[in-house]
Design a protein around this ligand. Structure first.
Ligand SMILES: O=C(CO)[C@H](O)[C@H](O)COP(=O)(O)O
Length: 346
């Protein structure tokens, strides 16, 4: 087992919000004062692809880069072209690199193996996942009860590392509900949090169990690792993301979850505090506007969108889009066009 990161600073200081249509989505606990926060995070500006000048300014300003994984580093199990070389160049310039994924199916140790299997030299302490964020959040509030997991091994492994008791997860993947007359499902009254992450084996049993805990156990928390609409489970197509699992339980409980993954700033605060980084020295590179770029903007980071993932240029430039990155490019390796003009980090 890997002890990957230090203890999370509590209490949580950053509350992010995002709009989905007209509804405010609550991130981390507090009812949102949505309009104020959302306005500060969306600065409409002229958009054009980053040229060499913008790329140089972006890299020279940043002492640290935070990369989203799916859509920036890889798609499914394939590394995106030019990524290894680009990471090497940034490291040779003395930049600190971190990798943050909203995908909760693996723990940080699981992601370390994935990076290694893809031939990407990454250190354990450079990886943050929403599975970790869920466990670190519960630790930060001194959670002493049991968690019910709708999700995969990643969440369970991270809860184990924090010594948090849990039930559910893959073990409930094969459980079926038989709705015979008088059928009654019992649930554990000791469950004090339901953690919902991406779950390929979600079923009616899990949805009902999670619903009972949230509705009937006084004060039971509803935690979403993320609410991403779609994800690249394979490189051939986009697949329904954790937003679909969270949505099912929101539907039955009529409650908003606390979201611990991007765009919530929980992992950002952890990185900045642990590694003593100023937020304005960090550049967030991501492929999603409502998670990655919002995460960067909420946190006061520079932001760069890449078009190698879920966002098209048309969506970015549409008048309906209100989330504007500082710059955008086709894919990460486009930074290589200025590699000979970049400065070593001070
Ligand atoms: O729904 C998901 C699976 O839980 C996520 O959308 C997805 O995998 C996000 O990955 P990343 O943050 O690396 O783009």
């Amino acid at each position: 087992m890997l002890a990957l990161h230090g203890r999370v600073a509590a209490p949580i200081s950053h509350l992010g919000t995002k709009h989905q249509g007209r509804r405010a989505v609550q991130l981390f606990g507090r009812p949102t004062s949505t309009h104020k926060q959302a306005r500060s995070a969306v600065t409409p500006m002229a958009q054009k692809r980053a040229g060499d000048e913008e790329k140089m300014a972006l890299v020279n300003k940043a002492k640290c880069f935070i990369f989203d994984c799916d859509g920036v580093i890889w798609k499914g199990d394939k590394v995106i072209d030019g990524v290894p070389e680009t990471l090497d160049v940034l490291r040779s310039l003395g930049k600190k690199l971190f990798f943050i994924t909203n995908n909760s199916t693996k723990s940080r140790a699981g992601y370390l193996k994935k990076f290694q299997s893809l031939g990407l030299p990454v250190q354990a302490e450079e990886i943050y996942s929403s599975s970790y964020a869920a466990a670190a959040y519960l630790e930060s509030i001194n959670f002493q009860k049991k968690a019910y997991v709708v999700g995969e091994e990643g969440i369970q492994e991270e809860l184990d590392l924090k010594g948090i008791k849990h039930i559910g997860g893959p073990a409930d993947g094969s459980k079926a509900v038989n709705l015979k007359s008088g059928e009654y499902m019992h649930h554990d009254p000791e469950v004090g949090a339901v953690v919902v992450g991406f779950d390929r084996y979600i079923n009616y049993y899990k949805i009902q169990y999670a619903t009972l805990c949230i509705r009937e156990n006084p004060g039971c928390l509803f935690i979403a690792t993320n609410r991403d609409a779609v994800t690249h489970l394979t490189d051939a197509q986009e697949w329904a993301g954790n937003g679909s699992m969270v949505g099912a339980i929101m539907g039955s409980t009529k409650q908003e979850p606390n979201t611990v993954g991007k765009p919530s700033g929980f992992m950002l605060d952890n990185i900045a505090n642990t590694f003593k980084l100023q937020k304005d020295e960090i550049c967030m590179v991501g492929d999603r506007l409502d998670t990655d770029i919002m995460f960067g903007k909420n946190g006061g980071l520079s932001t760069c969108l890449v078009l190698s993932g879920v966002t098209t240029e048309e969506t970015l430039l549409s008048p309906d889009n209100k989330i504007t990155p500082d710059c955008y490019m086709g894919q990460l390796s486009e930074l290589m066009s200025v590699k000979d003009k970049l400065k070593v980090a001070a």
